[in-house]
Design a protein around this ligand. Structure first.
Ligand code: SF4
Length: 348
């Protein structure tokens, strides 16, 4: 695994992105931003599962202004997602957003970008230059690869911001196509000192989207690229946060809550392991501590296969063995499988 690329840290509210800061997990609300109550509720759900930064869509002035009321009801920094109209960025800054995301594909006029940069600088608010393969600037050179066109679009806007003495910059270059995304990030990573927000855009429903995002985000992280991640899924945004942490945990880049190890089950299993593992997963969402929990389908191989788990259960017909660090600590009846395991997890 490559060492993490050095980047110049920026501050989004209380959260540092880049430098030596932990890789930040973020998500985006799916509520109507103008509906302050629902948006706060959704952000609270995101906070509960560990989301560290949240972005909201700002389609109009009312949405931009709603940010000040939303901010009062939440505790993580909020980023305003701006497209097309630079005045919405100004309104979001006025309302107290902690970060801005601009798309150079639809706001590129120097005069307008300068107005945003001046207002952001006065408040010390960073800007993410969020390039999307699907909305490249019209001036992009069609002879270049899509990845190179994305990089050029970002560099163009970075140059403009730097000429205005603005350097609170973060960059993303997202595409649905994973090789394109990786090529774009690898190229820009060597050219700029700014932190990178990584993700795969429009990745899809959880089943497909998690795989696509994991391949893309996971590969980049393995290459040492990425300071904050967002997994885009057609699902409740909580799923994005959970998937984000799972990617980081898989690469040992962050610890966050429990790790669940479960056997795939096979002809040897005498209980419904899929059902039990799903129930345990649901319970573990509520637990903060970094504990490794194993759910195994048989007493013969279970404890051995999950030796490094902190707490585990190996199920047999009607009964299961509970184990701690590979050592047997008790036997439980089938009706108590879940409660007994969770009681040991709580006690650990
Ligand atoms: S732990 Fe037992 S039931 Fe599960 S896959 Fe291994 S052998 Fe099969």
């Amino acid at each position: 695994m490559n060492p993490r690329r050095a980047s110049k840290p920026i501050q989004i509210g209380k959260v540092t992105v880049g430098g030596n800061a932990p890789i930040v997990v973020q998500s985006m609300t799916k509520t109507d931003t103008r509906d302050v109550k629902s948006t706060i509720e959704q952000i609270k759900e995101l906070e509960d599962c560990g989301c560290e930064l949240v972005r909201v869509a700002v389609p109009d002035t009312e949405a931009a202004q709603a940010i000040s009321a939303i901010k009062r009801g939440i505790s993580i920094p909020i980023i305003a997602d701006i497209h097309f109209d630079y005045r919405l960025a100004l309104a979001a800054l006025e309302a107290g957003c902690d970060g801005l995301r601009l798309n150079p594909g639809n706001i590129s006029e120097p005069k307008k970008v300068a107005a945003i940069a001046r207002a952001a600088k006065a408040r010390n608010i960073p800007i993410r230059i969020g390039v999307n393969a699907g909305s490249l600037p019209r001036a992009a050179n069609p002879r270049l690869t899509i990845a190179q066109q994305m990089v050029d679009a970002a560099l163009e806007q970075i140059k403009l911001l730097e000429s205005l003495d603005f350097d609170l910059i973060k960059v993303s270059l997202k595409a649905f196509d994973v090789p394109t995304t990786i090529e774009a990030y690898q190229s820009i990573a060597q050219k700029i000192p700014y932190p990178l927000h990584i993700g795969i855009t429009e990745a899809g429903t959880p089943r497909r989207g998690v795989v696509r995002s994991t391949v893309g985000i996971g590969t980049l992280l393995y290459l040492g690229i990425g300071d904050t991640i967002r997994v885009s899924l057609t699902a409740h945004p909580r799923e994005e946060v959970i998937a984000g942490y799972e990617i980081l945990k898989s690469l040992d880049l962050r610890q966050h809550g429990p790790i669940l190890v479960s056997c795939p089950s096979c002809g040897r299993a005498e209980v419904d392991i899929v059902k039990l593992a799903e129930a345990v997963e649901e319970e573990l969402i509520k637990i903060d501590k970094p504990i490794k929990v194993a759910v195994m389908g048989c007493v013969v191989n279970g404890p051995g296969e999950a030796k490094d788990a902190d707490i585990g259960i190996a199920c047999g017909k009607g009964k299961a063995v509970l184990f701690k660090k590979g050592e047997k600590i008790g036997v439980v009846e089938e009706k108590d499988f879940l409660s007994a395991l969770m009681a040991e997890v709580e006690r650990f």
